[in-house]
Design a protein around this ligand. Structure first.
Ligand SMILES: *[C@@H]1O[C@H](CO)[C@@H](O)[C@H](O)[C@H]1NC(C)=O
Ligand SMILES: *[C@@H]1O[C@H](CO)[C@@H](O)[C@H](O)[C@H]1NC(C)=O
Ligand SMILES: *[C@@H]1O[C@H](CO)[C@@H](O)[C@H](O)[C@H]1NC(C)=O
Ligand SMILES: *[C@@H]1O[C@H](CO)[C@@H](O)[C@H](O)[C@H]1NC(C)=O
Ligand SMILES: *[C@@H]1O[C@H](CO)[C@@H](O)[C@H](O)[C@H]1NC(C)=O
Ligand SMILES: *[C@@H]1O[C@H](CO)[C@@H](O)[C@H](O)[C@H]1NC(C)=O
Ligand SMILES: *[C@@H]1O[C@H](CO)[C@@H](O)[C@H](O)[C@H]1NC(C)=O
Length: 923
């Protein structure tokens, strides 16, 4: 007696847990929310509303038009890592997010809000919290002093577009590292003292010394358009590494009297600064100073001398015309210098001779540079990264790059390069990454890239055409080639790219020098093709560019709007992510079937189909895509979702997204509505926003779901399906649990069964009036009554003595046939359907078969369906064949189409089957 009791106490919480777990994972679909896992498809933000994430976070929900917060959140899965909410919610009650214990990022864009002390209660994992309002400044936000205090892991706090002057004394958690107050109505820095007293204790005697031991790393006060004053000792006691004041009218010099003692990094982008703030740099001993988008046209020696501590300096977009010759000598610590978007080109003179420079990164992009002088960079022996993009350089020689022994990255894109001299890279032995996009080169031979032994990342581009010849750089890992008209790979003897992992090709035509050749990419993992004609992946061996790609995991293929009939995806057994775009599947005269394309991709997890003119999708389109976890359909016109697709519901991918789709208005799709709102295991996004069109000239923009609910009769099939699915899910789950080592689980199982049957309103299942319910149609009646029934009803010991239920004999007079049928099926051990071609043609017989199918699925293991074929019939003609195939076993089919029937053998087989069903039921 002890054990069951114990188990029961153990089980009740488990049961409850299971129930809530069930609720959780079945309420997937969330109106107005997108739920996604960006680890499956990093590019997902391109297609669906996104929640910009922090590094390491993937699982997010992004909800818009939120009005009733509680209601929105009920539909959001509990285990998400990031949550973005946009809408109008004036008040956030206590414990508003308490269910989301794993939440790490919360972004609120909810208009004017007030918050209580307990609003963020329970968010023990929260690391990033932001309040945003993007229309013109500013809304008011009320935050009680203790609202954030208990967020022990909070790292980043951000206010954007809010006035905080109604809130005072906000206690910040000591874990905070980044605080942002942008676009607020701050006028004076001193206001921070009142707002965040434990951050800026100030000199006020009333605030007791806080236990603030660690310090904030970054304070971002950018875009505060009224922030013009500092206030005496305004930042007294504030400890900080980095301060951003971009786009504020504050004068950097005022910071000197602020009481701020320490600062590593100061950003003053777009502050109309006209002079290098030397005194400020010296005072704080700044390491990093960003002065981008200002008006500093000259650098005074006096200012430079005050900047000796700098390791990073950005002066991009300042209209600088001249660098003083002592520039680098004056900044001996400098490691990164950004001079992009100035006008240094015509006069650039980099210092000659030996300079004790530590410079590692130099950006001279967009400076109208035409020539690189002889030994231009020889005074920068430590340089590792040199950016010269967007200049007018046409001539490159090894002399101009001499002395760059440690250079790893060279960006020469978008210049006027027309030729490459052999050996021009010979002085760059350490080069790993070279960017030559946007040149005027027409031929590039591997010989021209010789010198650097470790060149691994290469980008080549020409405006019209580009021919590339081996030898390929031996260590190449990543290659991008672009040319509008064509790219030709000259590979007379099929030189493989041995280690290449990433290949991007952007062109209209890919050519091989010899038609009968192929190139081998034995290590390729990511292949991106943009604008290419599909024949690049053609089925003809002689045209095929990529014969085998054994390791390929990601294929992104945007074509040029041609027909897809040349496209063949084979030889890619490891493909996990497939993005196909801009193809025409229904292109005349040969339309292409999706299934044909996908049939050899056994590992596919992510499928993105964009602008493919797919037409009608049916279950067969996705046959065999077992591991698929994400399906995204984007930019389709007149898409149809066939009713056969509901066969796939149990195996549907976890995420199904529709973005920018116009459907065909057809009742074939009527299952879509209930599916999208009640999908048991799939998150469906985008159907509420989709419209449908009746024909090509229908511009009425009917919302799909309202068309379906208004014009198509409600499909009972789906409801019954859902019920059965739920059940099956549970039972599978339980049978998994039914591990013999844990005897108490048996009680759970029994308990659960009982609970479930009760919940479903089913009767206890041990009362069977009949052994077999026989379903047959009018045309087969004679055979049934003359042969089948007497054979089965023949009493023991000669026959089986089975109790049969025949509709016309056993249904009560005047009883509704439908009701009677359901009731009789439920009170029979098994249902035997007699099938002939005529039966399949009769709606009534079909209905019985359907009902039996539902019944079977609703009570797997207890209901039993047997099919008896009177004539040879292709089983695929059966309604719900695919479902049946999944549920029935070989012994459930009886074939009597081969002439005379051995009644004894038949009865024996039937009896065995019934007995087995009986045993299964007992288990
Ligand atoms: C993301 O998708 C867009 C749209 O097709 C494409 O242009 C872009 O290159 C993709 N980015 C990546 C990283 O795949
Ligand atoms: C808050 O700041 C705004 C803008 O400076 C101002 O109009 C408003 O009066 C201030 N409110 C309070 C309570 O100080
Ligand atoms: C910088 O400081 C020096 C003295 O330390 C002073 O002479 C000079 O005027 C200051 N420059 C500015 C712009 O305040
Ligand atoms: C230089 O600054 C521009 C503008 O902020 C930026 O785009 C570029 O990446 C920077 N260069 C380097 C090497 O960081
Ligand atoms: C640089 O090239 C651009 C575009 O080719 C041209 O408009 C500009 O005049 C050139 N500048 C110089 C200084 O040669
Ligand atoms: C190849 O591309 C992927 C995805 O863009 C990237 O994560 C990976 O680092 C790249 N590999 C190389 C060798 O560049
Ligand atoms: C390709 O064709 C050329 C002549 O058209 C022939 O010389 C060469 O052997 C062929 N190569 C292969 C690999 O069949």
């Amino acid at each position: 007696m002890e054990r069951p009791l114990l188990s029961f106490t153990l089980l009740s919480p488990l049961l409850l847990g299971l129930m809530s777990l069930g609720r959780m994972s079945w309420a997937w679909t969330a109106p107005d929310c997108t739920i996604a896992d960006s680890s499956l498809l990093p590019n997902i933000s391109y297609y669906i509303p996104f929640c910009s994430l922090a590094p390491g976070l993937h699982l997010f929900a992004s909800c818009s038009n939120v009005k009733d917060l509680a209601q929105t959140l009920t539909a959001v899965p509990r285990d998400i890592e990031a949550l973005c909410l946009q809408g109008t919610v004036p008040f956030l009650p206590a414990d508003a997010f308490g269910h989301f214990t794993t939440l790490q990022l919360l972004r609120l864009q909810l208009g004017t809000i007030s918050i209580t002390s307990g609003t963020f209660q329970g968010l023990n994992q929260l690391q990033h919290l932001s309040f945003e309002h993007h229309a013109p400044c500013c809304l008011s936000l009320f935050l009680p002093p203790d609202a954030l205090e208990h967020l022990r892991l909070l790292n980043t706090l951000s206010f954007h577009g809010y006035c905080l002057n109604y809130s005072q004394n906000i206690q910040l958690p000591i874990s905070l590292r980044h605080l942002t107050v942008r676009h607020s109505c701050l006028i004076e820095l001193r206001e921070l003292q009142g707002l965040f007293p434990n951050l800026v204790p100030g000199s006020s005697p009333t605030t007791s010394p806080s236990p603030w031991t660690s310090f904030l790393e970054e304070l971002d006060l950018s875009a505060n358009l009224q922030l013009s004053q500092v206030g005496n000792r305004a930042l007294d006691g504030l400890q900080l590494r980095s301060l951003r004041l971009d786009g504020t009218p504050l004068s950097a010099l005022d910071l000197l009297g602020s009481g701020l003692l320490h600062l590593d990094s100061l950003s003053l982008e777009g502050t109309r600064t006209e002079r290098l703030p030397g005194n400020v740099t010296r005072y704080f001993e700044l390491v990093a100073l960003d002065l981008g988008r200002n008006q500093i046209q000259n650098l005074e020696d006096e200012d430079l001398l005050s900047c000796q501590s700098l390791e990073f300096l950005s002066l991009h977009a300042n209209g600088l015309q001249l660098l003083p010759s002592r520039f680098l000598n004056d900044l001996p610590q400098l490691q990164r210098l950004n001079l992009s978007m100035n006008k240094l080109g015509p006069t650039l003179v980099l210092p000659e001779g030996l300079v004790s420079s530590n410079l590692r990164v130099l950006d001279l992009s967009h400076n109208e540079l035409c020539v690189l002088p002889y030994r231009a960079f020889s005074s920068l022996p430590q340089l590792q990264e040199l950016r010269l993009s967007g200049n007018n350089i046409s001539n490159l020689s090894s002399e101009s790059l001499e002395g760059l022994r440690w250079l790893k990255t060279l960006d020469l894109s978008w210049n006027q390069i027309k030729t490459l001299k052999p050996g021009w890279l010979s002085s760059l032995p350490a080069l790993t990454s070279l960017n030559l996009l946007g040149t005027h080169l027409e031929h590039i031979s591997g010989k021209q890239l010789q010198g650097p032994q470790k060149l691994s990342h290469l980008q080549l581009g020409s405006l019209e055409m580009l021919e590339i010849y081996p030898p390929w750089p031996p260590a190449l890992l990543s290659l991008e080639v672009r040319a509008d008209v064509y790219i030709q790979f000259g590979v007379p003897s099929g030189e493989p790219f041995l280690f290449l992992e990433n290949l991007t090709l952007q062109t209209s035509n890919m050519l091989l020098q010899l038609d009968n050749n192929t190139i081998h990419f034995p290590s390729l993992r990511h292949l991106t093709l943009r604008g290419c004609s599909p024949y690049i992946l053609s089925g003809h061996q002689s045209h095929r560019f990529f014969p085998q790609l054994p390791l390929l995991e990601h294929l992104h293929f945007w074509s040029d709007h041609e027909g897809a009939d040349d496209l063949h995806l084979f030889g890619m057994p490891s493909l996990r992510v497939l993005e196909l775009g801009d193809l025409d599947f229904l292109c005349q005269p040969t339309s292409v079937k999706l299934e044909k394309l996908l049939k050899e991709l056994p590992q596919l997890q992510v499928l993105v189909l964009s602008n493919l003119n797919l037409g009608n999708l049916s279950a067969s389109s996705f046959r065999g895509l077992g591991p698929l976890r994400l399906l995204l359909l984007n930019s389709e016109w007149a898409l149809g979702l066939d009713s056969s697709l509901q066969e796939l519901i149990p195996q549907m991918p976890q995420y199904v997204y529709f973005s920018d789709i116009t459907f065909t208005c057809q009742c074939e799709s009527s299952w879509v509505g209930p599916w999208a709102t009640q999908a048991p295991n799939t998150f469906v996004y985008g159907l509420e926003k989709s419209i449908c069109m009746a024909n090509a000239s229908d511009y009425s923009k009917t919302p799909l779901l309202s068309f379906l609910s208004g014009h198509c009769s409600h499909d009972p099939e789906f409801q019954s399906f859902l019920t059965s699915f739920t059940l099956v899910f549970l039972l599978i789950f339980l049978s998994l649990l039914g591990c013999p080592k844990w005897p108490w689980l048996h009680y759970l199982q029994t308990l659960f069964h009982a609970w479930w049957w009760k919940l479903g309103g089913w009767r206890p299942r041990n009362q069977f009036h009949y052994d077999v319910f026989i379903s047959y149609c009018e045309q087969d009646r004679a055979w049934v009554l003359k042969e089948l029934v007497p054979a089965l009803e023949k009493p023991l010991p000669v026959g089986e003595g089975l109790r049969l239920c025949l509709p016309e004999r056993d249904f009560g007079v005047g009883q509704d046939r439908m009701d009677a049928m359901v009731a009789s099926m439920e009170s029979s051990r098994a249902t035997l359907c007699v099938l002939s071609c005529q039966a399949l043609g009769s709606p009534w017989c079909n209905l019985e078969l359907r009902l039996a199918t539902y019944h079977l699925m609703a009570k797997p293991g207890t209901a039993r369906l047997l099919l008896l074929f009177l004539e040879p019939i292709d089983r695929r003609q059966l309604h719900s064949y695919h479902r049946l195939a999944r549920w029935l076993q070989k012994e459930d089919y009886f074939d009597v189409s081969q002439g005379r029937i051995e009644w004894d053998a038949f009865s024996e087989k039937l009896r065995k089957r019934l007995r087995k069903a009986g045993q299964e039921r007992e288990d």
